[in-house]
Ligand binder design. Sequence first.
Ligand SMILES: [Zn+2]
Length: 366
Amino acid sequence: MFETIVGQERVKKFFRRVFSEDKLSHSYIFAGKDGIGKSAVAFELAKALNCPNNNCRKCSDCKQVLSLQHQNLHLVFPLPSVEKGEKNPIKSLSESELEQVKNEISQKAKNPYHQISVSKAREILIQSVRNLASELAFSIPEHNYSVVIFFQADKLNQNSANAFLKLLEEPPQKTLFILITESPKTLLPTILSRCQLVRFDLLSEDEIKNYLLEKGFSEEESKKASKLAGGSLQTALEIVNLDLITKFEEALNFLRVVVVCEPTQVLDLAKNLSKREKNELESLFKLTMNWFRDCLLLKAERTDKHLVFETYRENLQKFSQRYHFANENQAIEVLEKGIFSINRNVYVNLLLTDLIVQLNRAILPR
Ligand SMILES: [Zn+2]
């Protein structure tokens, strides 16, 4: 149990004991900063309570819980307010809002550290709680458990909180309520007193760093992001992904100067780049190499392969059409040599100017 959860050793130990002593309470508040693993633990509990094979991760119950599609798993979160008279808040969503909700849930399934956020959603609606109550009344799980997870439980308003309180006062059998929140103090005292509070800890820099390293980020990136993340894995993930976008943009700007190859621009770019750290230049060249590899994959129509510049697919296609005589392999070779020389050369400025001109010739053979 809890193999996939980063850190939170104290919480894991607590729930392992709860399970071994068969002392599961019917309602918990998971308190702590966003992005540290409260939902991840909640999903693990839902899985443990519904898997017939001791939390195997492989059976259909486990898979359905992990994809957040299990019929015994009920997710409640803030939604846009509904028209008067409408009972089901999901039904009153516009097509694009519904699409957004689905997308948010699928993101949450892929990454439990992601925070569900729907535009124009301010509160947990009373209609959502009423819906939940009727769903729970109809579902009588035979050998497993209904697990209800409230995300951003502090967004319960007075009406929805009172409706939920009624549920808590006469909890349905075999139902576990988990209220996830950053600020438990804002919950109604009557709700607080009926739930067991479980505090989650901020993650340590090492825990975050090791996770990022496992995900394939470099030592340097992982170290930097874990220092800036303030104990939140989600913040760390946002930092590395944002960094990635900056790097993509930088590679594209580099290529723009390369294809135009206007002398003053080339000299300026070479001058600016030569001030950078060598490992930064190396990563710029590596990324640019991936651009040309992506071009080759597109040309070969290898749709089965993942493109590094997937989010820039359109730009890639335009580039390939416009420079269809480009010799990508030659460009890759130029960049490989560039990486080799940059670590051995003092005259980086000169080397860069030369590299830009050579790349231009690879893209636009005369
Ligand atoms: Zn299973």
